[in-house]
Design a protein around this ligand. Structure first.
Ligand code: SAM
Length: 351
């Protein structure tokens, strides 16, 4: 066990010795300045790590948001700063001890999160969260208000995504095994706040069956199931992604979440009522899939929800009504419903 009091004294004398050496050897002014800068940096790192160690709020399980910021600060700021100092000095011993101390605090904080996620995963497995409780759980840990749409149009991920990632029992993304065809879009996850917005705008009924077309690692289908309590399915072209998603759903004991390894052009959608696309494909493929969905819409009313650039192409479909905001942003969800009656008439006309 390290004695941090002793380490502080050791570091201070290291910094002081830099100063003493300067005086004795009458170093160049630029060298003295750089030693003083190093000395100040060490004192700052020491103060920061001491403040972190003493901050009991950080060690409370609920302080997830705050902990994320500090873990980032320790990893990307303090450790980088120490590495930088290490490159510039021959006297590395005290700095190595300081780095060890920062790493230790960082891993203690990370451990709080990994224990938290193991417990939450175990709760999901036993069906501990109905839709309402799941939303409450998120609110408890992440300062996220699903009713605040202010940041919805921003691209990128946030603390909500970090929290949702933690709920997934498999952390390492599999390598794709197949080449995508032209017009197929590579894997990129829908930001979690957009999935919350999707659930809000979809107005799911309990009998709805949700399909994520191009479901990647399965996060959207899993989240929709947890947030809305409905059956959710994913269709994914890449077998390794599909297997990963199925494993996650199985490990979380979510029997109403399933994944199909198939091309979205050749999938049976006979059960589906709400379809989501985070621009999984473009051009001809998108057109073909929309045609498959149009045929489904002749049997029952369906909803299509889109995110990203595919929204513009879906908006051109005359058999769909655009029911969400029309400001054209690709970072807003497009919500479309089929005009069932209009289509039956078209069919009659065609015959
Ligand atoms: C932009 S990602 C969306 C991932 C997922 N929906 C999400 O939001 O987390 C697009 C996914 O569509 C898959 N994909 C592309 N073309 C496909 C097709 N024809 N059929 C099924 N999946 C396809 C890709 O492999 C990729 O995983």
């Amino acid at each position: 066990m390290l004695n941090y009091g002793a380490q502080n004294v050791c570091l201070q004398s290291w910094a002081q010795s830099c100063l003493n050496q300067n005086t004795k050897l009458t170093k160049k002014e630029s060298d003295i300045n750089s030693d003083r800068t190093a000395e100040m940096a060490v004192f700052e790192i020491q103060s920061a790590i001491e403040a972190t160690e003493k901050n009991s709020l950080l060690y409370e399980e609920k302080s997830f948001d705050y902990r994320i910021e500090i873990i980032d600060f320790l990893g990307f700021h303090l450790i980088d700063q120490i590495d930088d100092l290490l490159r510039k000095t021959a006297e590395s011993g005290p700095l190595i001890l300081l780095k060890y101390r920062v790493e230790k605090v960082k891993s203690e904080l990370e451990k709080i999160d990994s224990n938290l996620f193991q417990r939450l995963q175990a709760n999901i497995r036993i069906g501990g969260y109905a839709a309402k409780e799941f939303k409450e759980l998120i609110n408890e840990y992440v300062h996220f208000n699903p009713d605040n749409t202010e940041h919805q149009e921003e691209a990128g991920y946030d603390n909500l995504d970090i929290f949702i990632n933690g709920l997934f029992p498999l952390q390492i993304m599999p390598e794709p095994t197949k080449d995508l065809e032209p017009d197929m879009v590579y894997y990129q996850k829908t930001p979690a706040r957009i999935v919350f917005e999707l659930v809000k705008q979809a107005h799911f009924r309990k009998e709805d069956v949700f399909f994520d077309l191009g479901s990647g690692l399965g996060q959207v289908a899993v989240l929709v199931n947890l947030l809305a309590g409905i059956t959710a399915k994913g269709v994914e072209f890449e077998p390794a992604f599909c297997e990963y998603a199925s494993d996650c759903a199985a490990k979380l004991n979510l029997s109403n979440v399933t994944f199909i390894n198939a091309d979205a052009r050749k999938t049976d959608y006979s059960e589906g009522t709400v379809f989501f696309m985070y621009t999984p494909f473009r051009g001809e493929i998108l057109q073909e899939v929309l045609e498959v969905l149009r045929k489904e819409s002749l049997r029952r009313k369906i909803k299509i929800i889109t995110y990203g650039p595919c929204t513009a192409q879906v908006a051109l479909q005359s058999w769909l009504d655009f029911s969400a905001l029309k400001n054209g942003s690709i970072y807003k969800l497009g919500v479309f419903t089929s005009r069932r009656l209009a289509h039956i008439r078209n069919d009659v006309i065609k015959k």
